[in-house]
Design a protein around this ligand. Structure first.
Ligand code: 5GP
Ligand code: MN
Length: 342
């Protein structure tokens, strides 16, 4: 580890072109860690492009410099040019090229033999594309890891208020405001240090969680009304069709957090949210309590993965078929679901 940091530090010494790539449907952790790393590398004198596969969700657009993020879907030529010029490509908050999806995945696969990659990520089962691999599923978030990366390189003094805001946003969103099991004493120490940079933590909370549109709240109402609870499996799920989403003028990010309401149910140990989506078929989010392995379920049946308590996946099946697959496979997990160790 120390050697790897020394080697990277040497690469950071001469001005270079770098790219940072984050995962599709970027969340607070992807955007927060990406922006903070970009600012850090800029401060060291590098040219840095931050590339997202698709758009930044509205609830994160207030973060400084999000307007400079290159969106692969909207501007693939520019994104490819930046990647092809990059001396190092950082991949943040994902660990497999499939997570940028579509043509972007193909492009990364194409250039991988000629490029040097730095992975900073906290998901399980990392792929083997990175020459520099910082992979730690015990970490709350990639933002916590980017903080450690900067500090361990000896550049703690370069962290400024905007970077602290970015990193705090990532940690706060990935830990559910410091309440998920991934929150460690170290996470709290990092958050405390970030707060000491004069960030407005209450504003961050308000911008993310108390800035819903009326449409989103009405959609949440619909979703909660549709919530189904299966007591025999201690499982709750919500399925929203394209029509239902359209009715409330759905925008990316509007359903962020909906899946957690299923888990808020007293007796629920497992929750799923099914979203019918134009470009991807059906997207599913899974959440669980205790040792119920949401990621195993996502991986085995829905081409996905993630963490033990928060995972996602997708299927080309129709919404009804996807829900039926889910219902068919629940019995296999029954004893884990019923006897969850919390
Ligand atoms: P969400 O439900 O918020 O989209 O995703 C929850 C968690 O699961 C996130 O940490 C995300 O990175 C992970 N995740 C979502 N979809 C996938 C997937 O297709 N593959 C993997 N490996 N992880 C995923
Ligand atoms: Mn993350």
């Amino acid at each position: 580890m120390q050697q790897m940091l020394q080697n990277i530090k040497a690469l950071l010494e001469k001005p270079s072109n770098f790219s940072i790539v984050i995962h599709r449907n970027p969340d607070g952790d992807a955007i927060g860690s990406g922006l903070a790393l970009q600012t850090f590398l800029n401060k060291l004198g590098h040219q840095v492009s931050l590339i997202s596969p698709n758009e930044v969700p509205n609830y994160l657009k207030w973060l400084p410099k999000t307007d400079q993020i290159i969106i692969f879907e909207e501007n693939p030529e520019l994104a490819k040019e930046k990647l092809s010029d990059a001396d190092l490509i950082f991949t943040l908050d994902f660990n497999d090229f499939s997570r940028v999806s579509g043509n972007f995945t193909k492009y990364l696969q194409e250039i991988a033999p000629y490029k040097t990659f730095v992975m900073i990520d906290h998901h399980l089962e990392p792929s083997e594309y990175a020459q520099f691999k910082f992979s730690d599923p015990e970490k709350s978030s990639t933002s916590e890891m980017v903080y450690d990366f900067i500090v361990n390189l000896g550049y703690k003094d370069l962290i400024d208020k905007d970077m602290a805001t970015d990193l705090y946003t990532g940690i706060m969103t990935d830990t559910g405001s410091f309440k998920f099991p991934n929150t460690t004493p170290h996470t709290m120490c990092v958050a405390a240090d970030l707060m000491s940079h004069g960030i407005n933590h209450n504003k961050i909370q308000i911008k993310i969680y108390d800035s819903f549109s009326l449409n989103k709240l009405h959609l949440l109402g619909e979703a909660l009304n549709k919530l189904v609870f299966l007591p025999q499996y201690k499982t709750a799920y919500i399925a929203l069709s394209k029509e239902e989403l359209q009715k409330y003028h759905y925008q990316k990010g509007d359903t962020e957090g909906f899946v957690n309401y299923g888990l808020a149910l007293n007796d629920a140990n497992f929750a799923a949210l099914f979203l019918e989506n134009d470009d991807e078929g059906v997207r599913i989010s899974f959440r669980s309590k205790g040792d119920v392995p949401a990621n195993e379920f996502a991986k085995k049946y829905f081409n996905g993965g993630g963490h033990k308590n928060a995972a996602g996946g997708r299927t080309k099946q129709s919404l009804n078929e996807a829900v039926n697959t889910f219902l068919e496979k629940l019995p296999e997990f029954k004893s884990k679901l019923i006897h969850a160790n919390i």
